[in-house]
Each structure stands twice: as structure tokens, then as C-alpha cells.
Design a protein around this ligand. Structure first.
Ligand SMILES: *[C@@H]1O[C@H](CO)[C@@H](O)[C@H](O)[C@H]1NC(C)=O
Ligand SMILES: *[C@@H]1O[C@H](CO)[C@@H](O)[C@H](O)[C@H]1NC(C)=O
Ligand SMILES: *[C@@H]1O[C@H](CO)[C@@H](O)[C@H](O)[C@H]1NC(C)=O
Length: 397
């Protein structure tokens, strides 16, 4: 349908084509227009490929001046393959209302490009909300393609001022959401769900991005709830329930001798429930760069595998004690309470360069296995130990 249907949320609603204006204080006017994918030929039957309809609706929403809304209506299921929503847009801000559900095809029905279901790139001031669900149908991949590269569900590339809320994702073949090269993103009231044995189904992967906020969300997957990778800074995660999964990780970094940096990561008031790790920093031997100014605070543990971990020998079967790695400093673990799965409570395995200014305080970790007492181990870790159970006699000054 050429041009689509422009509907206005305002009192001034005339027959199409209509121009509706919201008055701003300065007498400027902003046009508001909305675009429903159903008006662009989407079937919403869960079987037909609706990607072209989404693309046409997007082109209109993106190409119009002012504020525009893309509507994915409730009560429908849209099957998509390789959808790319590209900016830059003429619209000053775009709102995607994800009210209905989106489903990925089964493995053998994906198109050629099996990298992601939806990629959104170079779009500024994008807001996505609406309680819809993106279902990845990953089980066919996990069984037949355990060791191959599997697609992600949702990728954001170079999207500044992004806000995503009340969106549900499940069963991605690979990671659920990736955030790359963006500034100022917020993810709140998100719900991500995949089985604990699904391979590499991270909740979020962040790289090359700054000012990313996660709040009030539930993440249950087969890999990291959040993986904070190279080039990330000012990342806050608050009030998240993580588990099952591999915890919240900085890294891995420095693979193949790369120079990587991460700084200003603040994880607060989160729960790790049945995760294989809790608060973790992992770097490969031989890399350079740094990880600094990281805090994990007010963390509740429920049978967490390794509640507190620094591992600078990540990915090697035979750790080399003399190998250097990234410089880790100014890392605080404070206010941890609860149970570890077994005796491994605190493990600080730093490279030969040492980690510095590592602070442990107000920690009380008890093993949930009565046969294995909670313990701490360290290697080349320098810092300060406050009130901490179990004892950490291995910390160096
Ligand atoms: C996706 O999985 C759901 C159940 O998880 C199933 O009902 C549906 O048929 C699958 N869809 C496709 C397109 O394979
Ligand atoms: C992130 O957390 C830090 C430390 O708690 C805080 O100073 C900062 O204001 C937070 N930033 C955002 C955007 O919430
Ligand atoms: C943590 O968040 C919960 C809600 O998720 C709240 O009830 C609790 O008071 C918070 N705890 C701290 C220490 O901030």
C-alpha cells in the first residue's frame, strides 16, 4: 500500500493524508505519524515471511520528519528472517511498539545470512516497548549446530539514545541481544529466557559502547546474563535477577594478544541464582590494555558456582603462571550474601603483572554443600580485605 496509512493520536485527526501537529512551547510543530506493519502486507500468521512488510513500514517511519511510531500489533505472530532496520532517519525519534510476537524460523528455514534475526543500525532516539515477545526457536540449532556460529536475535549497532523496555526474548540460537558502538542505551523491565544447557545464549553482549544501563530485569540463559566486552565503559546493571546462566562477566578480553579496555562497570543489587559464576572478570593470557573501576555491590547469592572470580588465564587448559595479561585494578566486591554451590567462594587468579586495589568487604558466603567449606584462593592479587567470610589470607598488600 503506497504511502501507508498515517494515523494521528491527536485530537486533530482528519482523513488521510493528514498533518497533525503538537504544539511545543516555542510555537514549533512536530508531526506525529504511525505506521502499522499490517498496512504494508504483513500476515502475522507465524508462518509467512513478514520481513518485507516490516521493511516497508520502517522506510516510512524512518523517512518522515518529526516523531514516528512503528506498530507491531497485538494478537499476531510475525515470522521474520534477516531483517535490517537502517538509519540514519529523517525522523527525530522513532517508537517501535512491539505488542505482538515475533518468531524466528526453524534452523533449516533461515535465509542465507544466518547472523541475526533483526539488526537495527545507525538509528538515533529509538524507543522500543510493548510486552511483545521475540521467540528464537533455538532448540533446532542447539541440537544440530552446537559448534557452529549461531544467529543472535536482536542487534543494535551505532544506535545512540536507545531505550528498550518491557520486551521479552526467548530461546535465541545464539546471544539474545548485542549492543555495539552505541552511546546512551537503557534496557529496563526486560525478560530473557533460555534453558540453562543452551549453548552461548548470552542475555546481553556489549562491546564498544558507553553509558549503558540495565535495570529491573530477569535474565535466565545458558551463558552470561551480561557479557561486557572490549571497548565498553560506564555500564550499570541494577536490580537484575540472573540465573540460570554464567553470571555477569567483564570479558573475555585480550584474546589473540589484543589490546582491550573496559572501565566504569557498576553492578548493584543483583541476584545470582544457580549460576555457574557470579561476579566475574576474565582475560586471556598475552593480551594488553586494562580493566579498571569495576564494582559489584549488594549481591545476593543462591547456590552460585563461583560467586567472585578474577581469571586472567581464561581459555587455556594449562595456565602459564608467568604469562602477562591486561592490567586489572580498582575492583570492589562488596555486600555479597548467600550460598555458593560448593567450596569455591572467592577465586582471584591474576596474571604475573598482578591485580591491584582489589577490595573485598562485607561478604558472607556459606557453602550450600555441607561437605565443602567455603574457601578463598588468590594469585598475585593485591588489595584490602574488610569483613569477609570466608577468610582471605592470600590477598597481598
Ligand atoms: C517456534 O517454536 C514454537 C514453540 O516454541 C512453535 O510453536 C513454532 O511452531 C515454532 N515456529 C517456527 C516458525 O518454527
Ligand atoms: C552508574 O553507577 C554509578 C556508581 O553507582 C553512579 O555513580 C552513576 O550515576 C550511575 N549511572 C547511571 C547512568 O545510572
Ligand atoms: C534491591 O532491590 C530490591 C527490589 O528488587 C529492593 O526490595 C531492595 O531493597 C534492594 N536492596 C538494596 C540493598 O538496595
Amino acid at each position: 500500500m503506497q504511502g501507508g496509512v498515517i494515523s494521528c493520536i491527536l485530537i486533530l485527526s482528519f482523513v488521510s493524508p493528514c498533518l497533525c501537529f503538537t504544539r511545543l512551547n516555542f510555537g514549533l510543530a512536530i508531526k506525529e505519524s504511525s505506521y502499522n506493519v499490517m498496512n504494508y502486507g504483513a500476515k502475522g500468521d507465524g508462518k509467512s515471511d513478514d520481513a518485507n512488510a516490516f521493511l516497508s513500514a520502517w522506510k516510512n517511519a524512518c523517512g518522515v520528519e518529526g516523531v514516528s511510531t512503528l506498530i507491531i500489533p497485538k494478537g499476531k505472530v510475525f515470522m521474520l528472517k534477516d531483517l535490517e532496520l537502517k538509519g540514519p532517519c529523517k525522523a527525530t525519534s522513532i517508537h517501535i511498539q512491539l505488542l505482538g510476537n515475533i518468531v524466528a524460523p526453524n534452523m533449516d528455514q533461515w535465509g542465507k545470512d544466518k547472523i541475526r534475526l533483526i539488526r537495527i543500525s545507525n538509528v538515533k532516539s529509538l524507543k522500543i516497548d510493548g510486552e511483545g515477545k521475540i521467540e528464537g526457536n533455538g532448540s533446532s540449532w542447539w541440537q544440530k549446530c552446537r559448534n557452529c556460529k549461531r544467529p543472535r536475535l536482536l542487534e543494535f549497532y551505532a544506535c545512540n539514545d536507545l531505550s528498550v523496555s518491557y520486551v521479552n526474548l526467548a530461546n535465541s540460537p545464539g546471544a539474545h541481544i548485542s549492543i555495539n558502538s552505541g552511546d546512551r542505551s537503557r534496557f529496563v523491565h526486560m525478560n530473557i529466557n533460555a534453558p540453562s544447557n543452551s549453548p552461548n545464549t548470552d542475555g546481553f553482549i556489549i562491546s564498544g559502547s558507553r553509558n549503558v544501563v540495565f535495570e529491573d530485569s530477569t535474565i535466565a540463559t545458558g551463558d552470561d546474563c551480561i557479557a561486557i566486552k572490549a571497548g565498553s565503559s560506564y555500564i550499570n546493571a541494577t536490580r537484575l535477577a540472573c540465573g540460570p546462566g554464567h553470571g555477569i562477566s567483564v570479558g573475555s578480553l585480550g584474546e589473540n594478544k589484543r589490546r582491550d579496555t573496559v572501565e566504569e562497570v557498576h553492578v548493584k543489587n543483583c541476584t545470582f541464582s544457580g549460576t555457574t559464576n557470579g561476579a566475574r572478570i576474565k582475560t586471556w593470557e598475552g593480551g594488553s590494555g586494562y580493566v579498571r573501576k569495576v564494582t559489584f555491590e549488594d549481591i545476593k547469592l543462591i547456590k552460585t558456582g563461583y560467586p567472585i572470580v578474577i581469571d586472567q588465564h581464561y581459555g587455556t587448559k594449562n595456565p602459564n603462571k608467568n604469562a602477562g595479561s591486561l592490567q586489572i585494578s580498582e575492583v570492589t566486591f562488596k555486600g555479597f550474601e548467600g550460598t555458593s554451590a560448593d567450596g569455591r567462594a572467592i577465586s582471584l587468579s591474576c596474571s604475573s603483572n598482578g591485580c591491584f586495589n582489589i577490595i573485598l568487604d562485607q561478604i558472607n558466603i556459606v557453602s550450600s554443600n555441607p561437605k565443602m567449606k567455603a574457601q578463598a584462593s588468590c594469585n598475585n592479587a593485591h588489595g584490602r580485605v574488610g569483613k569477609v567470610i570466608p577468610n582471605v589470607p592470600c590477598m597481598l598488600k
